[in-house]
Every structure is written in structure tokens, then in C-alpha cells.
Design a protein around this ligand. Structure first.
Ligand code: PEP
Ligand code: MG
Length: 595
């Protein structure tokens, strides 16, 4: 494409807001760039030493990783890294690499690449599928060796030096958390969707993001100036003057809306008639807790503990976890008297894969993830529960289990928690005696089992990000099926109504902590069904708070009837449109917020 022609590319509005700046193309994975040259006379010894030092470094890394995994992970994972260790120490490969240096007279990086290229070709030619698969292991060992030799930063964002718009194919949660925050103006990705983890992170950091842009990485050049519109879901490359002016106008309009929605000092979630729907914040380790109070949250409704795991390869120690949870708990206590921090147990798996911990599965979204992972790694679970319980001595804690699908899991968790409490008491370690224990409702079986679950837990938190994904069988991170990702699909409405009704029958609290809670049309509908708490990324709180402050409970009851009055067979879009029309008619002054 002509780099001077202004071009607008449409995608999915993923995180509200606007940003402009130069493009930084983030390329994850791929080959590590290495210097390759012929060495001068007498340089063999130093190159051989560099090679041996790199092999030693990688050996130590792998041995460390294996011993951690042995303690708490599946045998399969350990075997993979033991196999990497064997490849690393293979005498033939080592001899070959040394001879590339001494006889081929090339530098150590080049010797590694040549040796590995040869082995790769050999394995790829094999008939046996198992051995062909080993090519991946060879790639992995090569990456480790080249990183050790070149000091190549494992983070492809190392070149990011000026504040930029990050353009990527897609970003995993761990890649996203490793980006230097002060240099990120916003995100634009080929893939991803509005509930992918890059979306959640962008919202948590109050950065605009547009996902589902198709092939944006090949349509922009590094350093090109772009306008990123996260509110409407578009990116404009090489904008002309008129476009820049129009963009500035959009930015001012957004500021005006933000000023308009300031809640006038009322606690977020107060209704016009004084009733309330609590509005809480979703947070995770690594984002500044100050945003929670800045945007008016009244508590922490979801603390995604897994972010402690995401930018590393080993489990954070019990003490490290304790310190992080304690910070959140103390922070929540300062928001207001009695405010709690709802700490969710480790939710890894699916798209939140942790290097060195998550094992390879054919279908990770349906695999050994979240509570299933914890229940099959009891020592990891025990350490986390201990850390959470220890933090509960410092304020009000709610403990929540993710991805529960059957009642046996709830009972197993309860047994485990009791045993952790017994241990802590025996060790004279203080913990809170009133920790409430709840489950996330994020798979259809949990919603359908809600009545039974409600007898055994203190609260529900509905995770619509996953509930919609699993009910509609539509990957929350795949823009090709984004049209099926429908929070207002009648099936979802039934599951949520059933869950709320079960909670009410048993007198337990029910919240929604999926991102749909932040949508002024959808979140307010959940509130109208009787949901007690809406929990969302902090930056989305003021808008919801303003809408709630403009409605009475009677209005909410009327709003709850809008989907009910739709003819059978209505589509999700039709239900949404009817709700939107009701809102605009009822609150014309806030029209901008509902469009
Ligand atoms: C959810 O699924 O709605 C949820 C809040 O959990 P996460 O987005 O972390 O999967
Ligand atoms: Mg979830």
C-alpha cells in the first residue's frame, strides 16, 4: 500500500478511548535475529567458551524448571523438558557445533543455527510422526541457546523506545503484561475480540484498543502515524489534516461525555430513589490499585490472581502471593468500611497459558484449566489458599473458585479449605474467620446447577465472558465468530435469570463480573434482574454509575420487562435494540452513552 495514502481499517471496538502516535509492530515468537560472521584467527577459543557457557546457562535453566515441575506438575511436562536437556547435551550435536567453530570458522551463534538446522532437517525427514514432532523441541532448545548467547530479550517489545500504538497479530496475556506500560498508547490487533485478555488489560489500564482488524500488521509500517479509535473500532493510517482535526473533535467529545457522567459525589451504584446496585472493580496484580478509587469503585469484585503467574515460568511462592493479596485486601478496606476484595483462585488455561506450567492440550479451553488444574495440583492449590487465608487477617476477603462445572468440585474445594484452615490454626497463623466462599458461574452446567450450588456457597459471580463463550460455543478471542458472541442471546438470558433466581431463593449474593457488566445497556439489564453487584474494569464505572443514578428501582423493573415483552424467536440484536430504544427514550440526555 502507498504509505502516504490515508487508510481507515475497521475492526471491533474493544476498549474505549482514542490515541494517536507511531506504530510499533510487535512480532511474538519468530526467529531470533543473530549475528553470523566468519571468525578471525585465534578467536576459536573464545567462541568455544561462549558456546559452552551458553550450554551451561541453558542447562541450569532447564534443571530449575524441571525441579519446579516435578514438585507440582504432570509427568508429561517434565518429560518434555528432560528431552530438551538430552538434546542440549547430545554429544553428536555438541561435537558438530564445536566443529562449525573450529573448522567452519564461524561465530558461536552461527554454529548453533547451522547445527540445529541440520538436526531439524534430519528429524523432519523421519517417517515416524513422533520424531517429526520433535522438531518443535529442537526449535525450543535453539531459542534458548541463542537467547543465552545473544542476551536477546525474551520480550519482543525490547525495541519499543517511544510511546507507540502496539500493532500485533494477537497478544497473549503474558506478552501483554510484559509490555512497558509507559510506552504503550493503545493496541490494534489482527485477531482477538472484545473479551480477549488483551481487551481486558487495555481496559484495566485505560488504554484504547481495537481488535479483529484482519491483516493490520501487513498494512502498516513501523513508525507510521496512526489514529486509533477504540470507541468505534477503527484505525486510520497516515491521516490527512482533516482527519486529524476530526479525530481531535472526537477526543473532545469523549472528554465532554466523561465530564457529563461524573456522578456528582454519589457512591457508584446509587439509584435515583436511593436504592443501590454495588459497582465494583475488576483488578489484577500489576495494575495500579489507585484506579479503583479514582473511578469510584466501592470494592474489588474480581481479583484475577493468575496474573501473578503470567509473566514468569515458575509459581510465585506462598509469601509472594500473600504479599500481593494482602495489598489488595488492605486497599479494599480503605475504599470504605467493610469493603471486600474478592480474590479468585488461579484461573489458568484456555487463552491464559503459562509458560512452563500449562501442559500442552489439544483443546485447552475444555481442558485441565482453572479449578480443574488446581484440584489436580493440590500442592499449588494449598499454597494459594494459604496465601489468600493469610491475607484475610488484614481485611475482608471473599474467595472465589473459577470454572466450576459440578458440585463435586465445590465439595472438594471446601474440604481443601478446611484442611488449610486447620493447618494455619495449628501453626498459629492468623486468618479471617468470616471469609465468604463463592463460585463463578461461567459454564452452562454451573448455571443449570445453580440451585444445588447455592446451597453450598456464599455467593455467585457470573462470568459472562466465559458463559457466553461456552454457551454459544464461540471462542471469545476469535473475531471470525464475534457475531455469535451474544450476551443477549435468549439462551444466555435464560441461564442468567435462572442463576439470579436460584441465588435469591437461597438468599446469597449474586454479581456479574464479566465485561458485559460494563455495557450500559447489558449491565443495567443484569441489575434489573436483581444482580446485587456489577464488577468491571475501573474506567467503565463512571458511565454505569451515571446511568444507575438516573434510574429508580421501578424503572429497573420496567426495563426488566423489555426482553420479556419481545415476541418468541426474537434475535439477540432485536432484544438489544429494544433495550437500547427504551434507554434512549427514558434518558435522552445520555443518548451518547447508549449508542
Ligand atoms: C468471565 O469469564 O466473565 C470472567 C470474569 O473471567 P475471565 O474473563 O478472567 O475469564
Ligand atoms: Mg472466565
Amino acid at each position: 500500500m502507498n504509505s502516504k495514502t490515508p487508510t481507515t481499517i475497521a475492526g471491533l471496538p474493544t476498549a474505549r478511548g482514542y490515541a494517536s502516535g507511531p506504530v510499533f509492530i510487535y512480532r511474538g515468537g519468530g526467529q531470533i535475529p543473530i549475528p553470523e560472521y566468519v571468525i578471525g584467527p585465534g578467536q576459536e577459543t573464545s567462541e568455544l567458551m561462549r558456546l559452552h557457557r551458553a550450554v551451561g546457562d541453558v542447562r541450569r535453566d532447564l534443571e530449575g524448571l524441571i525441579s519446579v515441575l516435578k514438585e507440582r506438575s504432570g509427568k508429561e511436562d517434565v518429560r518434555v523438558f528432560e528431552c530438551h536437556l538430552m538434546l542440549l547435551e547430545d554429544p553428536t550435536l555438541n561435537r558438530e557445533a564445536s566443529s562449525h567453530i573450529t573448522e567452519g570458522r564461524v561465530n558461536a551463534e552461527s554454529a548453533v543455527r547451522r547445527t540445529i538446522d541440520g538436526a531439524r532437517a534430519q528429524f523432519a525427514r523421519m517417517n515416524d510422526a513422533y520424531f517429526r514432532e520433535r522438531v518443535r523441541d529442537i526449535d525450543d532448545v535453539e531459542r534458548r541457546l541463542l537467547k543465552a548467547l545473544t542476551g536477546y530479550d525474551r520480550n519482543p517489545a525490547a525495541e519499543l523506545k517511544v510511546p507507540s500504538i502496539i500493532v500485533a497479530d494477537d497478544l497473549t496475556p503474558s506478552e501483554t503484561v510484559q509490555l512497558p506500560r509507559d510506552l504503550v498508547l493503545g493496541f490494534a490487533t489482527n485477531g482477538g475480540s472484545t473479551t480477549s485478555h488483551v481487551a481486558l488489560l487495555a481496559r484495566a489500564l485505560a488504554l484504547p484498543a481495537v481488535c479483529g482488524l484482519g491483516d493490520v500488521t501487513s498494512r502498516v509500517e513501523p513508525g507510521e502515524f496512526v489514529l486509533l479509535d477504540g470507541t468505534n473500532g477503527a484505525i486510520t493510517v497516515n491521516p490527512d489534516e482533516a482527519m486529524r482535526r476530526e479525530f481531535e473533535a472526537l477526543v473532545s467529545r469523549q472528554r465532554a461525555i466523561a465530564a457529563e457522567v461524573a456522578t456528582g459525589g454519589l457512591p457508584a451504584g446509587t439509584l435515583k430513589d436511593g436504592g443501590e446496585v454495588l459497582v465494583y472493580a475488576n483488578v489484577h496484580p500489576g495494575i495500579p490499585l489507585a484506579a479503583v478509587t479514582e473511578y469510584g469503585a466501592r470494592g474489588i469484585g474480581l481479583y484475577r490472581s493468575e496474573y501473578l503467574w503470567l509473566d514468569r515460568e515458575t509459581e510465585p511462592s506462598e509469601d509472594e502471593q500473600f504479599e500481593a493479596y494482602k495489598r489488595a485486601v488492605i486497599y479494599a478496606g480503605k475504599i470504605r468500611e467493610g469493603a471486600s476484595a474478592c480474590i479468585r483462585a488461579l484461573d489458568i488455561g484456555g487463552d491464559k497459558l503459562v509458560r512452563g506450567i500449562s501442559s500442552k492440550e489439544a483443546n485447552p479451553f475444555l481442558g485441565n484449566r482453572s479449578i480443574r488444574y488446581l484440584l489436580s495440583h493440590r500442592d499449588v492449590m494449598r499454597r494459594q489458599l494459604r496465601a489468600i487465608m493469610r491475607a484475610s487477617a488484614f481485611g475482608k476477603v471473599k474467595l472465589m473458585y473459577p470454572m466450576v462445572s459440578c458440585i463435586e468440585e465445590i465439595r472438594e474445594c471446601a474440604k481443601m479449605l478446611e484442611s488449610v484452615k486447620r493447618d494455619l490454626s495449628a501453626e498459629d497463623i492468623p486468618y479471617g474467620k468470616d471469609v465468604r466462599v463463592g463460585v463463578m458461574i461461567e459454564v452452562p452446567s454451573a448455571a443449570l446447577n445453580a440451585d444445588a450450588f447455592a446451597r453450598e456457597v456464599d455467593f455467585f459471580s457470573i462470568g459472562t465472558n466465559d458463559l457466553v463463550q461456552y454457551t454459544m460455543a464461540a471462542d471469545r478471542g476469535n473475531d471470525a465468530v464475534a457475531h455469535l458472541y451474544q450476551p443477549f442471546n435468549p439462551a444466555i438470558l435464560r441461564l442468567i435469570k435462572e442463576t439470579v433466581a436460584a441465588a435469591k431463593r437461597h438468599g446469597i449474593q449474586v454479581s456479574v463480573c464479566g465485561e458485559s457488566a460494563a455495557d450500559p445497556i447489558v449491565g443495567v439489564y443484569w441489575a434489573s434482574l436483581g444482580v446485587d453487584v456489577l464488577s468491571m474494569s475501573s474506567t467503565y464505572i463512571p458511565v454505569i454509575a451515571k446511568v444507575l443514578a438516573s434510574l429508580t428501582r421501578h424503572d429497573l423493573d420496567e426495563y426488566a420487562q423489555v426482553p420479556e415483552s419481545m415476541p418468541p424467536g426474537s434475535t439477540a440484536q432485536e432484544i438489544f435494540n429494544a433495550c437500547q430504544a427504551w434507554m434512549i427514550a427514558r434518558l435522552p440526555g445520555l443518548q451518547d452513552v447508549f449508542l
